[in-house]
Design a protein around this ligand. Structure first.
Ligand code: ADP
Ligand code: SF4
Length: 688
């Protein structure tokens, strides 16, 4: 039974000709599944509808071949041949009584048209913002007429595909409608440029065209970024962001408002907390009577109620919270608040889309595998009572324990340290990463209610213990350790000069904290490309020590471009006074100096330095595995049927991969081995 405090979240809301059954609104978000994996996309969205999201949107969907985002894998609606793929998604959403929405996009100068080979178009002659040295042509009045027509044709196809809500999208600095609005992008001198009303003209016309063509049966929504965080160079919520909403206030059936660009809209928890968009979007409801949806990585039902009661929003928008927990609304409805799997704001999901593959999620290992492997975030097949011993209480061990106990197995989990959580416990104590502890806390919370789960801390397990326990199925989730010999992407042989007392591993630093480091200058050698080197450097810089950040890469943490954080990370290190030495590798270390060499010229530079922290790669902690392999002949007598390595002790990888390994072991143990399905999608015909 739900708590009556949350009743307001389950009120219906009218959106143009449709009514959504509640206030939970999954806003458009990319999945990396797109037009190349339509069955996967449909299954993913269908599970959201099943989980209670009243409105479920697709991702941005290209309306024409001049808006070709290849090799990115978004939605596509260039012709009638694209309709059947999208029909899969609307059917999956309607099956559960939710409304299906589509976000039509023309990317303009954000579309390099690498596949379609069409010239790119934009309000004014400009450069295309990715994909190579490509330019976009400033549009003439015929181009504008054509563009309006493409929107109408795409909207008609969307209607045939079964969508209830059709978006005009002007956000993320990735759409032609936003670029026409923006004085930064629109340098025209005709009646589509110059004054505010002229720059607004195309947007107004497209919204009106959509209403005229499909507005009888479809609601028309606007997604508009009220703030670009660029000061007077961009749209500001106190100036033109406000003016656009005021000018078009009653035109659409719904306003979906947010920040631009995508790195501002989907900030990670390292840089922004729940509700971070509120100061910018709070005004919107005061200038329109139409329903307003907004986002802010909301996972708390109390916060959601506050947003509705305070008149800030009518609908609670969510992308990431709906990925981490597709059944979040249903859990609130059923009074199962403690079962909510809260997003941790790590943006591993955006990395999937940014690398053009189906996204994965740190918290929800079933994402992207709903159709391919038939995984469901809430449903598991029962398992007749099989006993398991799990060694290691990090994300892999905890997730395997959660899934196995949910299936009915008896689980004993032993963890050597005082606290559960493994690397998540260590990393969540670093600056800005405290929300990552949700990976541990959600799983401990779930296991706490299970009579068939026994969790032991301070219990280091050796091979002899495993044999004497005689528990038939043994899972090794013993993790991995950072190397200190420099080997990684750049150095392929151990560096003998790193066998020195002033070399500290990231594990030691996380376990003991920065106070154990010597005073003076601490060097980091970051060859890992992701977050850890930068966040450790940040922690040390906060202690007042001088920090050198040596990296063979041109920028700090280049992989974090995919999690939309790279510029914020680099800026933070600069703000903290960290000296960044890019395009350099290691060449020597003494008690008081470090030598770095240019990766191109090998020219060496010596810096004063008291200690080094190499962040290069990890090695599996597989000692127990090797010991048990050596005693395999004893297994049968000890009653052991299987020993399986999962997570980092098998292959060091992302936390998301460890969670997935735990889920896969737990969900598929005892099941027949099957090959995942593969999509074959050609010319608008979907085959499974
Ligand atoms: P993963 O990401 O694969 O879950 P982690 O490194 O996060 O790996 O967690 C591994 C956990 O296993 C750590 O908490 C570590 O203390 C624990 N562990 C390692 N070896 C043993 C052992 N022999 N007995 C009990 N716990 C162990
Ligand atoms: Fe949230 Fe991270 Fe999952 Fe994305 S990957 S939905 S940010 S937990």
């Amino acid at each position: 039974m739900r708590d009556s405090r949350f009743d307001i979240l389950f009120e219906p809301v009218q959106i143009g000709p449709h009514t959504t059954r509640n206030r939970f609104y999954q806003v458009p978000h990319c999945t990396g599944m797109g037009y190349r994996h339509p069955n996967a996309e449909a299954a993913h969205r269908g599970i959201k509808a099943e989980g209670g999201w009243g409105v479920v949107c697709t991702q941005e969907t290209e309306i024409h071949s001049t808006s070709d985002l290849s090799p990115a894998n978004e939605g596509r609606l260039w012709s009638d041949a694209d309709i059947p793929a999208l029909r899969l998604m609307t059917d999956a959403v309607h099956e559960h009584g939710s409304l299906a929405a589509i976000q039509l996009v023309h990317g303009g100068s954000h579309s390099p048209n690498l596949y379609s080979r069409q010239p790119a178009i934009a309000p004014s002659h400009t450069t295309v913002d990715w994909g190579g040295p490509i330019q976009a042509r400033g549009m003439d009045l015929t181009d504008i007429k054509n563009l309006r027509n493409w929107y109408v044709e795409a909207a008609k196809r969307a209607k045939i595909a079964g969508f209830d809500i059709i978006y005009a999208y002007a956000g993320h600095d990735m759409t032609i409608l936003q670029h026409f609005l923006s004085a930064r992008h629109n340098h025209r001198t005709d009646h589509y440029g110059g004054s505010f009303e002229n720059r607004l003209r195309l947007f107004r016309e497209v919204v009106s065209d959509l209403k005229d063509s499909v507005g009888d049966t479809c609601a028309i929504a606007i997604r508009f970024a009220v703030e670009e965080l660029l000061g007077s160079d961009g749209i500001e919520h106190k100036n033109e962001g406000h003016d656009v909403i005021e000018a078009l206030a009653e035109e659409p059936d719904l306003w979906d408002v947010n920040l631009s660009d995508w790195t501002n809209d989907s900030q990670t928890s390292r840089f922004a907390k729940e509700g971070f968009q509120e100061p910018y979007t709070a005004f919107v409801k005061s200038v329109t009577t139409k329903p307003v949806v907004g986002v802010g990585r909301y996972t708390s039902p109390d916060t959601m109620v506050r947003l509705i009661n305070s008149g800030h929003l009518d609908l609670i928008g969510a992308a990431r919270p709906s990925i981490a927990d597709p059944h979040l609304p249903r859990k609130i409805e059923q009074g199962r608040i403690n079962d909510i799997r809260e997003c941790i704001g790590c943006n591993i999901c955006t990395a999937g889309d940014n690398t053009n593959v189906p996204m994965r999620c740190t918290q929800n290992p079933t994402v992207g595998e709903e159709w391919r492997r038939g995984w469901h975030p809430e449903r598991l097949r029962p398992l007749s009572s099989k006993q398991h011993l799990i060694i290691g209480g990090g994300p892999a061990g905890l997730e395997s324990a959660r899934t196995l106990t949910n299936r009915g197995a008896d689980v004993t989990l032993a963890e050597a340290r005082k606290t559960l959580g493994g690397r998540v416990t260590l990393e969540s104590s670093l600056p800005g990463l405290n929300e990552w502890a949700r990976v541990r806390d959600y799983r401990i919370g779930q296991l706490a209610e299970k009579p068939n789960a026994q969790l032991y801390t301070q219990s280091p397990i050796a091979a002899g213990d495993v044999l004497s326990f005689g528990i038939p199925n043994v899972v090794l989730a013993t993790g991995a350790n950072w190397r200190t010999d420099g080997v990684g992407r750049t150095h392929k042989h151990p560096l003998s000069y790193l066998l020195a007392p002033n070399v500290f591993s990231p594990d030691t630093l996380m376990q003991t904290g920065p106070d154990k480091l010597p005073n003076g200058t601490i060097a980091f050698f970051d060859d890992d490309t992701f977050y850890l080197g930068s966040v450790l450097a940040e922690q040390v810089a906060h202690t007042g020590r001088r920090v050198l950040f040596i990296t063979p890469n041109p920028i700090v943490a280049p992989y974090s471009d995919n999690t939309l954080e790279q510029d914020r990370i680099q800026r933070r290190l600069i703000d903290l006074g960290v000296k960044i030495i890019s395009l350099h590798k290691l060449a020597g270390l003494s008690k008081h100096t470090i030598t770095a060499a240019c990766i191109y010229s090998n020219v060496e530079t010596v810096y004063e330095c008291q200690a080094l922290v190499p962040v290069t790669m990890r090695l599996p902690n597989d000692r127990l595995w090797l010991e048990l392999q050596a005693r395999k002949s004893d297994w049968q007598d000890a009653g052991i049927n299987s020993v399986t390595r999962i997570g980092d002790c098998h292959t060091p990888d992302l936390i998301a991969a460890a969670v997935q390994a735990g889920y896969q072991y737990g969900a598929e143990f005892g099941e027949p081995v099957t090959t995942p399905k593969r999509e074959v999608f050609a010319g608008g015909t979907v085959q499974s």
